[in-house]
Structure formats: C-alpha cells, structure tokens
Design a protein around this ligand. Structure first.
Ligand SMILES: [Zn+2]
Length: 236
C-alpha cells in the first residue's frame, strides 16, 4: 500500500508538471493539498493581487505611534490588534507615487501637528493597481478617532465621483475591501467613508478638541452606493 501511494503521488506530481505547472503546482499533491481551494480553508472572496510598497515604519515611528495611541485612545501599543472598521479615503492628488511621497516621511502633519506622520494601509491607483504601504499589524494615522481599530484605504482621485466613476479603480477597491472585511469579519455597515467617522460606534477620542474632527472624503451618499456594491460580494 505504501509503495502504491507513493506511485500515485509521483504520478500526480508528474501530471502537474506535464500540465505546465511550475514547482509550486508540482509540490501541491506531495504536500497533501490536492483538491484544496487555492486560497486555503477560509471562505470568502479571494485576496486580490497587491503590490507591496512599504513606507518606512521603523522603531522611531512605532514608538511615536504607540505614544499617539496612548494619548488618543489610552492604548499602550502601536499594533492594530483586531480591526473593526475599514475607512475609505481619496487622496486629492493624481498618483500613487505622490501619495507615497506624502506618507513616507515621518514628520508632523500640517493639520494637527502630531507625530508619527500620517499614512494609510493601502492606496489604489487610477489604473486599478492596489499598493500596500503599511502592514495590517500596524496602526496607521488616517482617521482621527478610529486609528486604533481601522484599516485605511486611499484612492488616487479628487472626488467621490472620480473614484466611483472609474470602473477599474472601483472594482479593485471592492475586491480589496471585500477580502479584508470577510477576513476580519467586519460588517458592511462598518465599511465607512472618512466623512462618516464621527457616527461610527467605534469612534473614540480622548483629546477633547479633536472629538468632532473629521474630513469630507467619501460622503455617506457615495458610501451607500459603495456598500450596496460591496454586499453583492458576500463573505460566504
Ligand atoms: Zn480621508
């Protein structure tokens, strides 16, 4: 039986190679995963293709992020432990590179004058390419009151309409957000536009002067359209 099983495994590996499979495909039957879905056991939408383009996030920035989390949320950590919200933004610029150049330097932001520098976990270009700037394990400063528990997604564009009217960009955004929200079990109601931050049940801000601070990107009206499209991509 043992030798028969070995022959079967070798035959499967050979078949994968003949079928044009590369080394990974040939290894799959040997690893005992033949027939398993490509993305593993987890249900839900597949992970879209993501270009890794990390901004510098070294010890100094992490320490500053932890100090920020302590001041604003009473949390003594720079780690994003269990994201409960996804916040959609648009950049008000014209490229992924310009967005990278804004987020990469760890300098105080011109609006609130705080450290670490502002950032977002992802940015989606007008061509529909998804870039990841920051690890999902790290908190990132993109939305006052929600940085402790949210993933930030930027879209290159100058208005809600700009992004919603760009089929490639919108499709990439929905693919990314659907994958993330299913992976972290985030309800579609907690996928919000930055402008909706104050009404999030997860909003929390210890600094009194910032309790009503928000931005105008992605209005409720646009997010209602977005959420409807997102619900058409269910988690199971
Ligand atoms: Zn924003």
């Amino acid at each position: 039986m043992r030798s028969q099983a070995l022959i079967t495994i070798l035959a499967l590996a050979a078949a994968a190679l003949i079928a044009g499979g590369h080394a990974v495909a040939a290894q799959a039957p040997l690893a005992g995963t033949a027939g398993a879905p490509a993305r593993g056991a987890a249900a839900g939408p597949p992970r879209p293709s993501i270009v890794s383009k990390p901004i510098p996030f070294g010890t100094k920035r992490k320490r500053e992020m932890a100090a920020y989390a302590r001041r604003h949320y009473g949390i003594d950590s720079h780690l994003l432990r269990r994201p409960r919200v996804i916040v959609e933004h648009y950049t008000v610029n014209d490229s992924v590179q310009a967005t990278f150049n804004t987020f990469a330097p760890d300098v105080a932001d011109p609006e609130l004058h705080e450290l670490p520098g502002v950032c977002a976990h992802f940015v989606i270009g007008r061509d529909g390419h998804i870039h990841q700037f920051v690890s999902l394990k790290l908190m990132c400063r993109h939305t006052v009151g929600l940085n402790h528990t949210s993933i930030g997604i930027e879209h290159v564009g100058r208005s809600d309409r700009d992004v919603l009217g760009n089929a490639r960009q919108l499709r990439a955004s929905l693919e990314l957000t659907a994958w993330l929200r299913c992976r972290y079990e985030i309800g579609s109601g907690n996928v919000i536009g930055h402008s909706e931050s104050l009404s999030s049940p997860y909003h929390r801000e210890r600094v009194a002067r910032l309790r009503t601070q928000t931005h105008g990107d992605f209005k409720k009206q646009s997010m209602d359209v977005y959420r409807r499209k997102l619900r058409a991509r269910p988690c199971s």
